[in-house]
Write a protein that binds this ligand. Structure first.
Ligand SMILES: [Mn+2]
Length: 237
């Protein structure tokens, strides 16, 4: 089976629950559509679990993008000589922006790792793809963290920059193309339409799978083979 999940945001317990619930095995594939890190309690544990599975395909979200730029700088040894270059204004801006977006928990847990594990997880984060696409049972699916191509929805994906794919919000009221389904996270479904709060949104050839787990809803997983939506058990609100 082929599954997708997004915006796990440190909710390790819910992630494990869904893997168990679906009986996820070596014959299955799981696309993780970004924003594994930040906000929730155990981001690094999820990352480490994903890195150990050859059949989990990670896509980059804006939170991985922010974390990578800061953590890569922090991995450098800071000396009298390079102090100004490494901790420059750009770095301080990214650092502050990341922390204000829930990065502290990721940073704290990253610091507790030994240097080899830190390097390993940074390499893993660098492997995250910008987008992916596949065809199953005659239907094409395009998977990306947030959106495609700004105003030019028919622009080929390979011509899109990272800003087009992980920071903006998709227009879920519009059908982008009749030739594929667009699968996205990033925008919790309660922000798209309250009717879908905590649920996967399927409408207008969109499949929006960020159910807002870190905001007190459930984690949702979509099964492409069956069209089934699988949810973690209800949480204490
Ligand atoms: Mn996001």
């Amino acid at each position: 089976m082929i599954y997708a999940v997004s915006d796990i945001h440190g909710c390790y317990e819910q992630y494990k629950e869904l893997l168990n619930k679906t009986g996820f095995s070596g014959n299955d594939t799981l696309y993780v559509l970004g924003d594994v890190l930040d906000r929730g309690p155990e981001p690094i544990q999820i990352l480490a679990d994903m890195a150990g599975r050859y059949n989990v395909i990670p896509l980059i979200g804006n939170h991985e993008y922010m974390a990578l730029s800061v953590l890569k700088s922090l991995m450098k040894e800071i000396t009298e000589d390079n102090y100004d270059k490494v901790l420059n204004q750009n770095f301080m801006k990214s650092y502050q922006y990341w922390l204000s977006s829930g990065g502290q928990v990721t940073l704290d847990q990253f610091r507790k790792l030994n240097p080899d594990d830190r390097a390993f997880l940074l390499d893993y984060l660098e492997e995250f793809q910008l987008y992916n696409e596949f065809t199953l049972n005659g239907e094409k699916y395009v998977l990306v963290h947030a959106d495609i191509a700004g105003e030019e929805k028919d622009r080929p994906l390979e011509n899109c920059g990272i800003e087009d794919l992980i920071f903006t919000q998709a227009d879920y009221s519009k059908i982008y193309s009749s030739s594929y389904y667009l699968v996205t996270g990033h925008t919790p479904t309660f922000k798209i339409d309250m009717e879908y709060a905590g649920k996967i949104y399927r409408k207008n050839r969109h499949i929006a799978i960020d159910c807002g787990c870190v905001w007190g809803k459930d984690l949702g997983m979509y099964c492409f083979d069956t069209g089934e939506c699988i949810y973690s058990s209800a949480r204490e609100k």
